[in-house]
Design a protein around this ligand. Sequence first.
Ligand code: HEC
Length: 149
Amino acid sequence: MAYGYSTDPELDRSTNRVMTLGAVLLLAMAAAFPLYLAYEPSAREDARAEQLSSLAHEGESIWAFNCASCHGDDGEGGSAPALNAKQFLQSATDEQIQLLIAVGVPGSAMGAYSQDFGGPLTSEQIKAISTFLRSLEDEAPDFPNWRNP
Ligand code: HEC
């Protein structure tokens, strides 16, 4: 077969079919794009919420193992301050809570938990605990005397 324009009608039809299909697909993608734009931010929001909730879950089991004996199973306090209290959670930032857990309170029963200070926990685990504590804030009880439960 020589090079040049095809005069084969079957090949013409098949080329036209492929081009039509391509055009239809392109239009479909163009039509779907606004849907994607509308959906994407909420998907990202959901992913973030899911990530926080799984971190809080991890923090809860680290809490049970390391902190509950003094601060209570649900942070309600015991021999140590209640950390589920509204008064505590509203006054402390995540960074302050993480720092406190990391370095402890010298001269008290509250030890340093960061591996950087001879404790057992990584900074990721400490972050998980503070995420767990933060997750209690929505239903935190009003407890003005939280430091001495
Ligand atoms: C052996 C008992 C004990 C254990 C275990 C313990 N704590 Fe404490 N914690 C204390 C005491 C006592 C204080 C109060 C220290 C003070 O201010 O005199 C305290 C204070 C704190 C505070 C500061 C509250 C404030 O006054 O602002 C945080 C936050 C805290 N603990 C978190 C934790 C976490 C998280 C864990 C587990 C990783 C933990 N603690 C394990 C006894 C304990």
